[in-house]
Design a protein around this ligand. Structure first.
Ligand code: ZN
Length: 157
């Protein structure tokens, strides 16, 4: 089945935008498979829900940055406290890192919204821009009118 992750409806045969299989999706799938809960549905967003989903995705990205900064601040504060108290040891340091990662994990668990394979904006006739060097090469490689003739002797039958 092809399930829209916003409205949870079966979208088989309807216009949808596929979502990117990222590390988080793969992890969730693996966990579900090991728990025998995998439904192996193909995940997507139906066209009607794309704006809603994009909003969620933006919120997720924003909260990830926010929680990333928060996690970094907490880890730095914890490590600084450890250093100043003179009780620095590797286990305390590692637990500070784990606490930071947990903060990030919270952001992912509660706000996660997968990226779309192709945003609706990108899908509509936006030309992929070539880097300048590539453009130059393309110009150079355009054959001169005379060179377009096939080389003698190489002609197939
Ligand atoms: Zn939907």
């Amino acid at each position: 089945m092809r399930i829209c992750i916003v409205c949870q409806k079966d979208m088989e045969g309807k216009p949808v935008v596929p979502i990117k299989e990222d590390a988080i999706i793969r992890t969730i799938r693996k966990v579900k498979q090991s728990l025998n809960m995998a439904q192996n549905n193909e995940l997507c967003v139906c066209e009607a829900d794309v704006p809603a989903h994009e909003k969620r995705r933006k919120e997720f990205e924003r909260s990830l940055v926010l929680f990333g900064v928060l996690a970094a601040v907490v880890v730095v504060l914890l490590v600084a406290t450890l250093l100043m108290s003179g009780r620095f040891d590797i286990f305390a340091f590692l637990s500070a890192i784990v606490i930071g990662l947990c903060i990030l994990l919270f952001a992912i668990l509660f706000k996660y919204a997968p990226a779309l394979e192709q945003g609706p904006g990108e899908a509509k006739g936006k030309k992929p821009k070539l880097p300048k060097e590539l453009e130059d090469i393309e110009k150079k490689e355009q054959p001169a009118p005379r060179a377009a003739k096939p080389a003698p002797g190489k002609r197939g039958r």
